[in-house]
Design a protein around this ligand. Sequence first.
Ligand code: 5GP
Ligand code: ZN
Length: 120
Amino acid sequence: MSEREMCLFCKIADKKIPCKMVYEDDSVFAIEDINPKAPVHLLVIPKRHIESLANLNQEDESIIGQLGHLLSIVSILACKRGLHDGGFRTVMNSGAGAGQSVFHLHLHLLGGRSFQWPPG
Ligand code: 5GP
Ligand code: ZN
């Protein structure tokens, strides 16, 4: 079985598992987190399978460009959810030690409540 067939977010990207999709284009999609940790909790995910920021191929400029695009989508989604004024938190966990549980790179967009710093 290929990595794409085994990975949860690849299966969601390929529409093999249902989700609440709130945005989609050629390279990125965004879904409602199934177990939200804030009133707004979206996951913004590149369609391409990359395990984490620790697995970026620095020579592959197309993925660097896709991550820049991903950040611009985060800003648009935060605005659409009314989070620009009150503030929002973006989190990317890289590796199990940092709390990553799905090993397909994704950015959490959290908002609608206050957040502590530093994070736990
Ligand atoms: P991580 O722990 O890897 O940073 O984040 C993974 C996130 O994926 C968690 O917040 C978890 O709630 C969410 N998640 C896990 N399984 C599913 C699922 O099947 N559907 C959706 N929409 N979110 C999921
Ligand atoms: Zn994947």
